[in-house]
Design a binder for this molecule. Structure first.
Ligand code: GUN
Length: 296
């Protein structure tokens, strides 16, 4: 059997980063504003803090104008709406990202809907979600876009393939299924969205030529759920206890990587697979927004 390809998201994200740096230098040389991204973090969820600091750091490295707005978990809905209003009006900002989850007293959908759709680089606003669902151009959520980019750069044959997406979230599962089923490159697949109520889940997964795991359960996808030669995209980022590690824990995906890599044709590792691509796509969406806002 041919050797399994480990899809190196970190390396591909680094390539994209280099492309973005060149584009930003071009913008600046043409006398235009650098792309501006505002990341809003409410509260001190440790995972969110880590994601936000990576996003802000990558932006700075790419020459973006990067703003981080940190507020305590006690921030009110009205205060957050005011922050978003100010960022919507700020001409130096082309992308606004409110890190999720928000504290339980704040309605996430109301906050997302308050972001100007033309600065919604997360692609979560109902206008952008609607555009994706009917095939119009708009901002597409970064993780599904990163998956699409990995499939494109690895020349994975998606046309006519049977793809199973495990998970139906608005952030990943649903938009990933829409991208895979839309017409065109990295699309034209026959797609099934599976979830916690799906019957015979293992049998369904075993039929998938492309399996996208986005359910947030460590090592949920076992080797026997994978079709020999399938392309496996692991979106999970789960922290599990590990006494042998210095920190006492480590990050694993939704797929049992060691078992899966013996069966799959290609697989993304965790960490170093989809994660870095999410950040790269956030920068790309923000660059695109900066161009559009400046008439380019
Ligand atoms: N929380 C986990 N992933 C994401 C993401 O891609 N965007 C935002 N805004 N919050 C998240």
């Amino acid at each position: 059997m041919a050797e399994t390809t480990i899809i190196d998201g970190k390396a591909i994200a680094a390539e994209i980063h280099t492309e973005i740096v060149a584009a930003v230098e071009g913008l600046k040389a043409a006398g235009k504003r650098a792309p501006g991204l505002a990341v809003v973090l409410i509260g001190d969820n440790p995972a969110s803090k880590a994601y936000v600091s990576t996003k802000t750091k990558r932006c700075a490295e790419a020459g973006f104008h990067s703003v981080q707005v940190n507020r305590p978990g006690s921030t009110t809905r009205d205060e957050l709406l005011q922050i978003i209003h100010d960022l919507n009006e700020d001409p130096s900002i082309h992308g606004i990202l409110v890190q999720l989850p928000l504290p339980p007293h704040i309605d996430e959908q109301e906050i997302i809907a308050a972001i100007s759709p033309d600065k919604d680089v997360d692609g979560f606003h109902p206008i952008n979600a609607g555009k994706l669902s009917i095939g119009l151009p708009g901002f597409v959520p970064c993780t599904p876009l990163g998956i699409q980019e990995l499939l494109l750069r690895h020349k994975v044959q998606t046309s006519g393939a049977f793809a199973v997406v495990l998970g139906r979230s608005n952030l990943v599962g649903r938009p990933a299924a829409q991208l895979l089923s839309q017409k065109g490159p990295a699309g034209d697949a026959t797609v099934c969205i599976a979830h916690s109520r799906t019957r015979n889940l293992a049998d369904l997964c075993r039929r998938a030529d492309i399996l996208v795991a986005a359910i947030g359960r460590p090592n949920f996808v076992t080797g026997d759920m994978i079709k020999p030669g399938a392309v496996v995209i692991d979106v999970g980022i789960n922290r599990i206890d590990d006494a042998s590690s210095k920190s006492g824990s480590r990050i694993v995906g939704d797929v049992d990587f060691e078992a899966a890599k013996k069966i799959a044709g290609a697989i993304t590792p965790v960490p170093g697979g989809v994660g870095p691509m999410t950040v790269a796509m956030l920068l790309r969406n923000t660059l695109q927004s900066a161009r559009r806002h400046q008439g380019l």
